[in-house]
Design a protein around this ligand. Sequence first.
Ligand code: NAP
Length: 230
Amino acid sequence: MIPSPGERAAQTPEDSVAPDLGADPGRTYRLGIMGGTFDPIHNGHLVTAQQASDDLNLDLVLFMPAGSPAFKQDRDVSGPEDRFAMTLLATADNPLFMASRLEIDREGITYTVDTLEELRKRCPENVELYFITGADAIIDIISWHRAERIAEIATLVGATRPGYDLAWAKAAIEGSGIPFDVRYLEVPALAISSSYLRDRTHSGQSIRYLTKDSVIGYIQKRGLYRGARA
Ligand code: NAP
């Protein structure tokens, strides 16, 4: 059984993948890994994960806040515990979703390949990995750490807003010679972005209906995004 939201909150990093995923050797399971900074998590991320689950028949989506994002060393990012807490709050009411501490508990710069290798080790062979993130990020995949290994372990899912021109990105990925399996997903709700929520909070505007009320409460309580901009 997939654990209840209450059980999830008490999980340790070691058991952050649902224990019965892959339990029936007679079938294939699909695990989605929703990678992002989630500073903060918003409804666009939640809709993306739900749409990916529906379109790709995922059995579970692990939301994976990046510990120390590889390409964000030059901007102030909220602390990993705050981003994890908001992710946990936002995902708690959906039995298909789970928040993972795997990346925030790992020291050093967060590389996706390390996460995927760890999950590959922890999951039985009949569990396929689908790494979901923004298409803007997927476009750079060729330059990611050990990109060839990522292509071996996981299918990539790039989420975009409708009308986003992917032609040159597709050409670059195909031209790389690395056999990536990339699926693209149009998500209208991705008109929402974390920077939009940060900017609105900074200028005292409401972010109601852009993310969960529980996340808004947490942002207010912790005073996030009010200070000087990086
Ligand atoms: P980013 O550059 O901040 O995001 C690029 C775009 O994608 C933004 O519009 C962002 O919107 C959107 N986005 C990010 N995560 C998303 C998600 N899960 N679903 C839908 N849209 C999403 O990207 P990032 O957050 O730093 O990195 C994304 C993922 O790629 C992370 O898991 C990160 O660890 C991984 N990554 C790995 C490497 C590496 O291994 N070398 C390098 C770069 C990134 P929002 O700002 O609204 O989220």
